[in-house]
Design a protein around this ligand. Structure first.
Ligand SMILES: [Zn+2]
Length: 135
C-alpha cells in the first residue's frame, strides 16, 4: 500500500506526535509509525499512521497500552492522530520534561520513556537556542 509520507509529515507539522521534536532539530528523518502496530493487526491505512521520532518509535515498539501508576489502571497509549497533545501532556516549568496530565498521558510518558536522559539533555540545549518548547 502506498504511504503518502509527505502528506503525513505535513499533517503532523513535521513533529513527532509524542515528544514534539521537530524535524529541523533532529539529525535523522521522522518515521512513519503504526498507531496499532502491524504485529497487533494494524494496517497501513492512513488512519493508523502518524509521525514519530526514532527514539519514541523505538520505545513504543508494539505497545498499545500501559499502566498508569496514579490510577492503577491499564490504559490506551496516547494517539497523536485522534487526541490532542495539550489535553494529555504539558511541559515542566523549565521546558525539559513532558508531564502526563491524564492517565493516558502519564502511562505514555513512562511507556515511551519520553523523559529519557538524552531527550532531556537535548531539550535543555534547544531551550538555550530558543527552539523549545514548541508554541
Ligand atoms: Zn519523539
Amino acid at each position: 500500500m502506498f504511504i503518502d509520507r509527505a502528506k503525513l509529515l505535513a499533517e503532523a507539522s513535521y513533529r513527532c506526535g509524542y515528544c514534539l521534536a521537530h524535524q529541523d532539530y533532529i539529525p535523522w528523518v521522522l518515521e512513519i509509525e503504526h498507531l496499532t502496530p502491524k504485529a497487533k493487526g494494524g494496517s497501513d491505512d492512513e488512519n493508523n499512521l502518524w509521525v514519530a521520532c526514532h527514539t519514541c518509535n523505538l520505545f513504543k515498539r508494539d505497545q498499545t497500552q500501559a499502566h498508569d501508576h496514579m490510577s492503577g489502571q491499564v490504559v490506551a497509549l496516547f494517539n497523536p492522530r485522534r487526541q490532542h497533545w495539550k489535553r494529555h501532556f504539558y511541559w515542566s516549568d523549565d521546558g525539559t520534561l513532558i508531564i502526563g496530565r491524564t492517565a493516558c498521558g502519564r502511562a505514555t510518558v513512562i511507556a515511551l520513556n519520553l523523559n529519557n536522559l538524552i531527550a532531556v539533555t537535548v531539550r535543555r540545549n534547544w531551550i538555550k537556542a530558543g527552539w523549545h518548547p514548541p508554541t
